[in-house]
Design a protein around this ligand. Sequence first.
Ligand code: SF4
Ligand code: SF4
Length: 130
Amino acid sequence: MEYDGVLTDAGQDVKFGRDVMAHAIGAACIDVMDKSCTEVCPVDCIYEGGRKLYINPVECIDCGACIPSCPVEAITVINSQTEGMVELDNATFFTTVLSGRDEPVGNPGGVSFAGVIGVDTELVSAYQTD
Ligand code: SF4
Ligand code: SF4
């Protein structure tokens, strides 16, 4: 799997119109979901699936506040060297039609508008934890 954006050598993400690369949540969050990160996010852009949470790459302002809040160190910054499949899958949550839904989650403008999504990407739904 490859990153769902379009990265330049300068670290810009052309697809999402960002001048830095997105924060993302990795596999360590799966089936943990304590939501400490949502309490510190200033723009309410961490959305709740069924087994993990997902950071919206368009709405995230890359403040970094969520990183130290996570007890399992699941949150990282995606860059062109990122190889973690769950991290790279993060944006898929927003751009594909998830099971049981009629359209992509997209960019709702905050969790308060979208509510709990409650389903995951195919990768996370099938993910086997130890
Ligand atoms: S703080 Fe970490 S484990 Fe808890 S919901 Fe956020 S990313 Fe998942
Ligand atoms: S980096 Fe900041 S804006 Fe982005 S998800 Fe984390 S707390 Fe929210």
